[in-house]
Write a protein that binds this ligand. Sequence first.
Ligand code: ADP
Ligand code: MG
Length: 394
Amino acid sequence: MNQRNVYDASLAPDFHSSLLERDAPFPAGAWRQALSEIVGKSEVMESVLHTLGKVARSDSPVLIHGESGTGKELIARAVHRLSMRSSKRFVAINCSAIPESLLESELFGHVKGAFTSADKSRKGYFEEAAGGTLFLDEIGEMPPRLQAKLLRVLQEKQFSPIGSNEVKITDVRLITATNVDLEDAVAHQRFRLDLFYRLNVLPVVLPPLRDRRGDVRQLLDYFLEISNQSHSIANPCYLTSDIYTILERYNWPGNVRELQNLVERLVVMSGGGQIGIEALPGEYRYLKVGAGAGASGRESHSNPTAGLVAKDPIDASIVPSTTVTSIVDILPIGGIDLENYIENLENALIMQALERTGHNKNQAAKLLGLNRTTLVERIKKRKLAPLNSPSKEL
Ligand SMILES: Nc1ncnc2c1ncn2[C@@H]1O[C@H](COP(=O)(O)OP(=O)(O)O)[C@@H](O)[C@H]1O
Ligand SMILES: [Mg+2]
C-alpha cells in the first residue's frame, strides 16, 4: 500500500503557508496539493520549493541533484503535477535497476523480431509517457551507448523503436535525477558533457537531511502520523522529547528514506504509546564526543552541535578534553534529565565498544577502562547486547 494515501492532506496547509502566498499563480489547490506531501520548512527546503514552482511552469528538462533518499522522485512528481502536462502520465524509470539490453527497449520500444526474445512489439516509455513527463532516475548509471541515443532524442525530438525505421516524434517533458556528482562523472569521461548540458537546463539541488536538520522533527511527526494511521494503532505512538533531540543530531546517511523506515520500524516494534531512546537501534544512539565534521565529513557548519551523533568511531585522543564542552554545547534550552542522559551516553559508549571489538568483552572493557565483571553486569542490567550479537566469550 502506498502509505502516503492514508495521510490527511488537510493537515498540510500550515507546512508552507508563506510559499503558498508567494507562488500563487498555479491553479487553485494544485500548488497546495503538490506541496502537501513535501515536508520541510527549513530555509534550504523552502528555497528548493520556490525553485520547484518556477521550474514547473517551464517545459525544459530538469535535472535533480541529491543523495539517495533526499526526495528526488517526490520533487519530480510535484513538478509534473504542477506542470501543464499534469493530466497526462508521469512515468518513472530507474536507469540503474534495468540491464542495458532491456533499458533501450524499455525506453524506446521494439518491433516484433527485433531481437531473439521479441515475440511481439512493445511501446517504450518515451511513447507511453507522450504528452506527460518521463522521469529517469540515476541517470549517471546510463551506459554510454544509451547516453548517445538519448542525446539524439533530445536534439532531434524523435526516435525509432528498436528494429524499426519508423520515426516517432517525442512529446515528453524529461526530468532526470542523479545521486552521483555528474560533473565529476563528466570529468572522468563516464558521462557525456553534451548530454549533461542538455539535461541540466533547469537544475534543482536537494540538500541532504543533515544540512536541513530543522526539518527532522516535522518529518518524524509526519511519518509517525502515517505509520499510526496505516497500522490503525488504537493507542497511537508518540516520541519522547529526548528522541527528537538525538535524531536531530544524527547524520542520516540514508536521508528521508532512512528516517521514514526508522519511524515505521519504531511504530511496528512498539505497538503503541510512548517511544523513548531505548527503542532506538544502536547506531542512532552513538554520541560522537568531540566537535567537527559529521560521519561523512561533509557536514555543514551552520549548526555548532552538528555531528555530535554519528556512526563513526570516537577518536580517543579527543575524549578527555572535549567531553565537557560537547555536553555543554548540546544542553537544550529546556534542560535535560541528567541521570537519564548520562546513562544513555554510557550505554552508547558500551555498545560502541562492543561493536568495535566484535563483542569481545575483555577488549571492550579495556577500551572503556572498566573491569570485565563490571562491564558484563552493566550489559545484563541494561539489556544492552543486541540479540544477534555473537556469543564470543574471549
Ligand atoms: N521532504 C519530504 N517530505 C515527505 N516525504 C519525503 C520527503 N523527502 C523524501 N520523502 C519520502 O522519502 C522516500 C524517499 O524519497 P525519494 O523521492 O524516493 O528519494 P530519492 O529519489 O532521492 O532516492 C519516499 O517515500 C518519499 O516519499
Ligand atoms: Mg530515487
